[in-house]
Design a protein around this ligand. Structure first.
Ligand code: PLP
Length: 385
């Protein structure tokens, strides 16, 4: 049988690192208790969760009691955005976000608009970066929340969190950041960056799917949140539901590992990414999407002129697992809202390739990818598809 395609889609998800799996193992069949139970098994789970919470807090310079476990970044974003809107609507009904956000931020914002809230969707410049003056000018007395992602899931662009935090703090507006792509890849210190709410997830950093967390500031100011899930009152009533001990242990382990290996892995992946970019440029007519410097080290996003996006992806599919734009935009064949926000034409946006390199990507795989893409693009360009 032919070998499976090379995986270059680490912004969609990543495999679980075996070390993470090993850390989770004892909490499935042996230490399986419910942490709410007042007996031996419950205490075992409670101890494991307490330890994981502590480790996760340390990773972002937070306090353990400031973390709320959720099913992932989608739920954390929903809790942050809708939870703040519901808790602060008496103060104001205006929110600010950015056009290039993930749908897990944009969709809750659209929903709030349907309830009578007002949302400003700020544009970005050609490199995908937010204009800070534009941000500051968009703030109003009735603005309750600014939500700007740390790293973009399509183009890997890193927004200037420290400056955004400073502006929000000065205007006494809460600052939420979706850090699903950034956690354990760039330093994230919620104190230094003046972040009030931060969403994270495990499955983009070699942890299990179905677990994430929301960091919520609890002093200066204490952020009020309306729960979006009612039930047994877990997580101080902010997120009911039995805590999934193995997943929580896996989340903490994945992020701790990511941080421990961050510098060496960033360097290694950046080197491979730069080689990929250099190799693809030899084709000519290859346009980089997003800023090259303010960018995740494992991301590359290019548009290729003279080919149809769907033909290119179809031709590569048996050999390379990657996507155009985000994971979901392929199926809909709509051009990526991120690339159109950068000013790319619909055709050029469709003829894009998003590369997400990862911990298990090798130099050989990158050379193979360059050769395959070069051959395919040359063929498509001459055959006029
Ligand atoms: C993947 C991703 C999400 C969704 O995270 P889940 O844990 O899958 O819910 C949200 N925001 C960004 C930026 C992402 O990359």
């Amino acid at each position: 049988m032919a070998s499976p395609p090379i995986y270059l889609d680490c912004h969609a998800t990543t495999p679980v690192d075996r070390r993470v799996l090993q850390a989770m193992e004892p909490y499935f069949c042996e230490q399986f208790g419910n942490d709410s139970s007042h007996h031996y098994y419950g205490w075992q789970a409670a101890t494991a969760i307490k330890h994981a919470r502590q480790r996760l807090a340390e990773a972002i310079q937070a306090q353990p009691e400031q973390l709320i476990f959720t099913s992932g970044a989608t739920e954390a974003n929903n809790l942050a955005i809708k939870g703040v809107a519901e808790a602060y609507f008496a103060k104001g009904k205006h929110l600010v976000t950015v056009q290039t956000e993930h749908s897990a931020v944009l969709a809750p914002c659209h929903y709030l608009e349907s309830l009578g809230f007002e949302v400003t969707y700020l544009p970005v410049n050609q490199s995908g970066l937010l204009d800070l003056e534009l941000l500051e000018n968009s703030l109003r007395p009735d603005t309750i929340l600014v939500s700007v992602m740390a790293a973009n899931n399509e183009i890997g662009v890193l927004q200037p969190l420290a400056q955004i935090g400073e502006i929000c703090h000065r205007h006494q507006v809460l600052f939420h950041t979706d850090a699903a792509q950034a956690i354990a890849k760039i330093p994230l210190d919620v104190e230094a960056l003046q972040i009030d709410l931060l969403s994270l997830t495990a499955h983009k950093v070699y942890g299990p799917k179905g677990i994430g967390a929301l960091y919520r500031r609890r002093k200066l100011p204490t952020v009020q949140l309306a729960p979006q899930m009612q039930g047994g009152g877990q997580e101080e009533g902010l997120r009911s539901g039995t805590l999934p001990t193995p997943l929580i242990v896996g989340l903490a382990e994945a992020i701790a590992l990511g941080l421990a290996e961050r510098e060496t892995e960033s360097q290694r992946q950046r080197h491979l990414r730069d080689r990929l970019w250099q190799g693809l440029q030899d084709l000519g007519g290859v346009v980089l999407n997003g800023d090259l410097d303010q960018r995740l080290p494992n991301n590359l996003n290019v548009s290729i002129t003279g080919v149809k996006g769907t033909s290119l992806l179809l031709a590569l599919q048996p050999y390379l697992a990657l996507s155009a734009g985000s994971a979901c935009s392929v199926a809909t064949a709509n051009p990526s809202h991120v690339l159109t926000a950068l000013g790319r034409s619909p055709d050029l946006a469709r003829a894009s390739l998003r590369f997400g390199l990862g911990r298990f990507t090798t130099a050989t795989e990158i050379e193979t990818a360059i050769a395959l893409i070069t051959q395919t693009v040359k063929h498509l360009r001459t055959s006029r598809q």
